[in-house]
Design a protein around this ligand. Structure first.
Ligand code: ZN
Ligand code: ZN
Length: 413
């Protein structure tokens, strides 16, 4: 027999896990893995969760982890999601926990998301007896790469029985000390396109015997801007950006074709559906005018993140409970995309922003920057808000979604 059972251990609290959360984040930052390849990350998450006790841990896909914390009384099931993947970026930070994986970097803050949700899981596992219903911790792979991991997890049944889901992004546009919650549209649909302009190549000094795909492509790029300026309601929101232009090899050859790639961002599903048609009309008109032709490929990305009102209310209460009313602000919508929307198709959910910017310390680089960093104090905010959300859910009679073993009003049991 070992004596470990009788050794008194202190019950983990938000305060006591703070340093561990930072250490986990730094470990993950040093060991980033790309979307759909998060093998070691998932292993680390699963092992760390197992060390907390009380959690039922499963691996719905090879690189994701779900942990269920089932309270003693039946009640609502609240899911909390963290994404765990990194990006194909060569890190240029100089702190002492830079990436050890060349060409791969946690440049979006998902290392922090993972660490702060682990912290919440540890604190809540120790408070299991106070819980009503279930808290389900979802550590999701592949947020950064369409079609995204969220869709796979939904298909794998991760949301079965779940009444509500919440998720956070550590957010550089917002200073540390603020937390942004918002009902309704928060993040856009990130759809991508590839347009190939097909002309007819030839000698650069004999242009009349060619159909100059570069000259046509230049007009296409310019005219695509008319789409947002003149076809979209000024009160609606849309972005059309051409981000890659590829064509030609040398000085004296007019290339036969040019490839244009880019992204379209919208919030409104009806507008989103119209955009590819409007784009093809423009490209078709311009190419026809010059005797060129084109192909058009559309790669539909994530759906927009539209936050449920009740879930957003739960978050607001959680933020106030955890950090006080002074930190709570209305989140500003962003044209960035998030596959959190895949969960919201299935159950009410709300996604929120935790400020992680620090001007004084120069922590200002945007997400996906090679010197991206975050104010690590924001991790503690995240842990506290997730813990408070579980406590708020437990304190809300008749909250949507039950564990299936009970009925609304289970609090009285
Ligand atoms: Zn990102
Ligand atoms: Zn992200």
């Amino acid at each position: 027999m070992t004596t470990s059972v009788s050794r008194p251990t202190q019950r983990p609290t938000e305060d006591s896990v703070r340093e561990a959360v930072i250490a986990w984040r730094r470990y993950l930052h040093q060991n980033p893995e790309l979307s759909f390849h998060e093998e070691r990350t998932a292993q680390f998450v699963a092992e760390t969760l197992a060390s907390f006790g009380s959690l039922a841990i499963s691996r719905p896909t090879p690189t994701s982890v779900v942990a269920r914390l089932i309270g003693p009384r039946p009640g609502p099931v609240l899911a909390m999601r963290a994404d765990i993947d990194a990006l194909p970026i060569e890190e240029r930070n100089t702190h002492d926990f830079v990436s050890r994986n060349p060409g791969v970097m946690h440049a979006c803050g998902h290392d922090g998301h993972t660490a702060m949700l682990l912290g919440a899981a540890q604190v809540l596992a120790a408070r299991k007896d106070d819980l009503v219903g279930e808290v389900r911790f979802v550590f999701q792979h592949a947020e950064e790469l369409n079609p995204g991991g969220a869709e796979e997890l939904v298909k794998a049944g991760v949301l079965d029985g779940v009444g509500m889901i919440v998720g956070a992004h550590l957010w550089l546009p917002m200073p540390y000390g603020r937390v942004g919650v918002k009902s309704g549209a928060l993040m856009a649909s990130p759809d991508n396109f590839v347009i190939t302009i097909k002309g007819s190549g030839g000698h650069a000094a004999i242009p009349h015997e060619t159909i100059d795909s570069i000259a046509v492509a230049a007009q296409v790029i310019t005219n695509l801007q008319h789409l947002v300026a003149r076809n979209v309601d000024p009160l609606a929101s849309a972005v059309v950006s051409v981000t890659r232009v590829a064509g030609g090899t040398t000085y004296n050859v007019i290339p036969g074709q040019v490839e244009l790639a880019g992204t379209v961002r919208t919030f409104d599903p009806a507008l989103r559906a119209r955009i590819p048609e409007l784009m093809q009309r423009i490209v078709g008109g311009i190419t026809a005018a010059h005797g060129a032709s084109f192909t058009f490929e559309w790669d539909a990305g994530y759906r927009p993140v539209i936050n449920d009102e009740r879930a957003s209310d739960l978050l607001r209460r959680a933020v106030v409970r955890a950090l006080g009313a002074g930190v709570l602000v209305e989140a500003s919508p962003t044209m960035g995309g998030e596959d959190f929307s895949a969960y919201q198709e299935k159950v009410p959910g709300s996604f929120f922003f935790i400020g992680a910017r620090n001007e004084e310390r120069g922590i200002t680089n945007p997400h996906h920057h090679e010197c991206f960093d975050l104010d690590e104090r924001a991790l503690d905010s995240g842990t506290r808000i997730f813990v408070a959300a579980a406590m708020e859910m437990a304190a809300t009679p008749g909250a949507p979604g039950t564990s299936g073993r009970g009925v609304p009003g289970a609090r009285s049991q």
